[in-house]
Design a protein around this ligand. Sequence first.
Ligand code: SF4
Length: 344
Amino acid sequence: MKRTETRAIDVNGVKIGGQDKVVIQSMTNTKTKDVEKTVAQIQALEERGCEVIRVAVLDGEDAKAIKDIKERIHIPIVADIHFNPDLAIKAIESGVDKIRLNPGNIEDEAKIKEVVTLAKAHHIPIRIGINSGSLNKKYEKSEVSMIESAKDHIRILEALDFHDICLSFKSSDPLETIRAYRLASETFPYPLHLGVTEAGGLLDSTIKSSLALGSLLLDGIGDTIRISISDDPIKEIAVAKKLLKACGLYKNVPTLISCPTCGRIQYDMLPIVKEMEEYLDTLDKDIKVAIMGCAVNGPGEAKGADIGIAGMKDSALLFKKGTIIKTIPQADIIKVLKEEIEKF
Ligand code: SF4
């Protein structure tokens, strides 16, 4: 798939934009000044495949904590700052790798200049984050206003000869999100950070994010993504990876194929799917696993997978790369599947 060309930024070694790869981000929900908890959450996210992490910076203590956090994590860290330029300065002094800040929200021009000069000196990119719900009062809520609002902020940075910029245009309405990013992609050369904001819990967010971000990604739009879920951020990474894989933009994540089951089923399949889904989410493997209900449609899918089963009476047939290997009794199915996947 041909991706839209954007001007790449470098977030401490992680390139965003100007390439086919879409970088996966998340945001901690701990108090940033609670270094232990924040580090533990970031390490868990790193392990699952998070490539850039954002933390909220509400005060000087949060900004200071970035230094200690950075020493114990392995991915770039972004400071999320609203309105207060002094916090941006402190975060940069603490070694932050990128900041999210809308310069147009800062009235003190000398301060903006100070932040930008410091960001330049430290090679720190700035993300301008436009949210449809918090547009400047002079604008009516629409995707065109979101673009105009971004221009206001971008002008300030460009006037200071600062171009290490990334942009986001988030709305809680997936259709408005699509329209805004499409316009943005036609308007700006800068990389786009995709997201649907306030997307809800796991189910709602997965649907809205897949619709909005999936449409954009298939158009070649988007350089980095964050799936917002009102839940443990670990789930954001799983959804992001599965979405990117479904769009053909990510490899090392398993694909699970399973039927919805029907009256033909003769073994207890749903608990197996549930446990295997959780297990597969922990793996970095490009493997296709099929868990099918019966011998009617099951063998076709099971044969097409790397490892597959098709249900029989209180048992299942095991397929490896299309070949029947053996019959597994119900009680052993999960164990055998895990062993085969480990070996793959
Ligand atoms: S594979 Fe078999 S059990 Fe599953 S939905 Fe199809 S017919 Fe029903």
